[in-house]
Design a protein around this ligand. Sequence first.
Ligand SMILES: C[S@@+](CC[C@H](N)C(=O)[O-])C[C@H]1O[C@@H](n2cnc3c(N)ncnc32)[C@H](O)[C@@H]1O
Length: 216
Amino acid sequence: MSAALPHAPARALNNLVTQGWNQLARVYNSPVLQRVAYQPPQDEIIEQLRIAGIRRIADVGCGTGILASRIQQELAPDLIYGCDASVGMLRQAQARSDQVRWINRQAENLGLDDGAVDAVVSTHAFHFFDHAPALTEFHRILSPGGLLAIVLNNPRSRFARLLQPTMVQGLAYFPPPDEMRTLVEAAGFRITEQRPVRRPIPDQLVPDILTVARRG
Ligand SMILES: C[S@@+](CC[C@H](N)C(=O)[O-])C[C@H]1O[C@@H](n2cnc3c(N)ncnc32)[C@H](O)[C@@H]1O
């Protein structure tokens, strides 16, 4: 990513979302928020990558770059991209690591070569994406047999009531687990695992689901 951070091409409502994240970027790294909400899914994703021995990875909707930087430090892959549509979030990410390749692009048009990576991972961002086009893009940039691992909240949980305002305004949509399977399979993937993320707090508080698949 260049120091000037060129703008990602905008989609209608997604532009609002990423502008919002520009504002939230400063508080996003707070230790409590990270420990309770964001770290457990990142631990799960790193374990998936470690077990599969994957060396070229894209973290899509990488935000402030915590997961991509952890992957860099803990797995020392050959190649790690951190991709996000928000310049504000990427500025925080850029300060975290100069070894991750930060890319200011939309998930639906990442600008990477066909088969450029062996894993696409995404935590707590997929609900903002245009789902089918994003999955088509992940399929395109993955090598055959490549790993897809996505974590997002389960809208069928009690916690889902808190998500309703964003869903109603069309800013985000959280596919329930069965719909997620259908979307992922329709894009040419084979689901290998789908289950709740393991957490140090009760599931009901942050009920997120890990979906893992392989590119056909
Ligand atoms: C809740 S943050 C999650 C960040 C990070 N994955 C984590 O777990 O800490 C959601 C991120 O998704 C990004 N985002 C939203 N829509 C996007 C899109 N269409 N393409 C790429 N990034 C997007 C936002 O800019 C924001 O940084």
